[in-house]
Design a binder for this molecule. Sequence first.
Ligand code: PLP
Ligand code: COI
Length: 355
Amino acid sequence: MTETLDIKITKTTNSRLSQTDFSNLPFGKIFSDHMFVADYADGEWKNFQIVPYAEIGLTPAISALHYGQAFFEGLKAYKHADGKVSVFRPDKNAERFNKSAERLCMPELPEEIFIQSIAALVDLDRNWIPAQANHSLYIRPFMFATDPFLGVAPSLTYKFIVLTCPVGPYFSKTLRVKIETYYTRAAEGGMGYAKSAGNYGGAMLPSRKAVEEGFDQIIWTDAKEHKYIEEMGAANAMFVLDGKLITPSTDENTILKGVTCNTVMTLARDWGFPVEQRRISVAEIIEGAKNGKLTDAFGAGTAATIAPVGSIGHDGEEYFLSDPKTREFSQKVLKTLDGIRYGNAPDPHGWNYMI
Ligand code: PLP
Ligand code: COI
């Protein structure tokens, strides 16, 4: 499908834009004026609409609420200095959207619908994209099951909705992370690679316990032995160890294949920096933190961007890393990424989708 999507647009008559304080944008709490909504029924996607952001009426029996047929994506739109607007790598999110859909026995959404719905919504609400440094419009596409049926079976009807939020940085400080060796996020054969709502619900108790211990985030480990690093709460884990960029392998399908992680690896390869995506043991990370060979550690994610790890807790010990401002690799990555996303540097890989 390459033709333009037929979207019925109903504009708000009561914009909240002028009452929104753009100097105070807590993540995910302020929504732009409009949202995109589509329905799946009778085996097809239909009723493509952009409507004012508002509550939606649903029966309490929808199967998403009972059995968790629900998943989401996260991507961002950026305002360039010359006023142009771009969305970063939406094709990658469209691809992952359909991997999540498949795993949860939900219908695929053609890439064109995913991208055109986002493009139309961002275009309409382009004045909601913050212009200040490190800010953007967070885009949240999601799908959920709407059959009013309490039997455990894949729903026959679904909704696809896209919301957007003007946001600043998700993490405001250097992270103190805990390597989790009891709780498990995902096991082989599970749905760790899907952006399913349930993956996040299941992470809340372990995360709260870690916060009660004084940490900001968990680094998950493998379900079998808790010996190998998986990913961070809402980001992929990346390290520079012994002069190489390393990040956990996604072959076991337990980890989300991050767009940001893929972008960072691509930039590193462009620079001729050695990159290894492989199993990473907790022991080698702790050893590197002790002997100084671990020169960089960060979470990479759309919301998180490049979130520096300041210290790593493991087995009751805490290992402190260098001051993030002095770290060569992640500083260079952040500068390069910002240059591309905000249109101040060339975009040789064609990552910016212009609106
Ligand atoms: N891992 C998890 C669990 C996440 O929630 C995210 C955020 O989307 C990521 C990794 C990073 O993925 P991406 O860079 O595509 O945002
Ligand atoms: C994202 O970066 O899009 C995420 O999924 C993080 C979110 C859970 C806040």
